[in-house]
Ligand binder design. Sequence first.
Ligand SMILES: [Ca+2]
Ligand SMILES: [Ca+2]
Length: 115
Amino acid sequence: MGIQYPGSGSYKPVTKQQHLDAYKQKFEEQDLNKDGVVTQQELLASMPETNNPNAGFFQSLAIMHFDSKDTNKDGVVSFEEDQAHAGKVFDTYDENGNGTIQKNQGLFGTPYKDD
Ligand SMILES: [Ca+2]
Ligand SMILES: [Ca+2]
C-alpha cells in the first residue's frame, strides 16, 4: 500500500468525487453544442484528428463504449448516464471499498488500481 515503484508510472489516490468531476469535465468537453447530451457525432468530433491507420478501430471502440453508457438507448448519452457510468467504473476498481482508487498518471499500464 502506498509504495511507488520507479518506472511503473505514478499512482495517485483519487476519491469518488474527484473521479466523477474528471468525467464531468470530459463530458463537458465532448458536449460540443452544450445541449447537455453527447451524440455519437460529438463523440467522434471530439476525438483527436489522426492519420493513424487504426483510427477506425479506435472509433468503433469509442462507439461501443458510448452504447454501453447509453442505458436508456435513446441514442445519446446524458450527463446522468455518464455520471452513472463513472460511478460504476469507480466501484469496479475500489475492490476494498475504502473510497479511493489509485489512478495511473503514466502513459502505459492499467489506468486504475485499488489501493
Ligand atoms: Ca450535445
Ligand atoms: Ca441515453
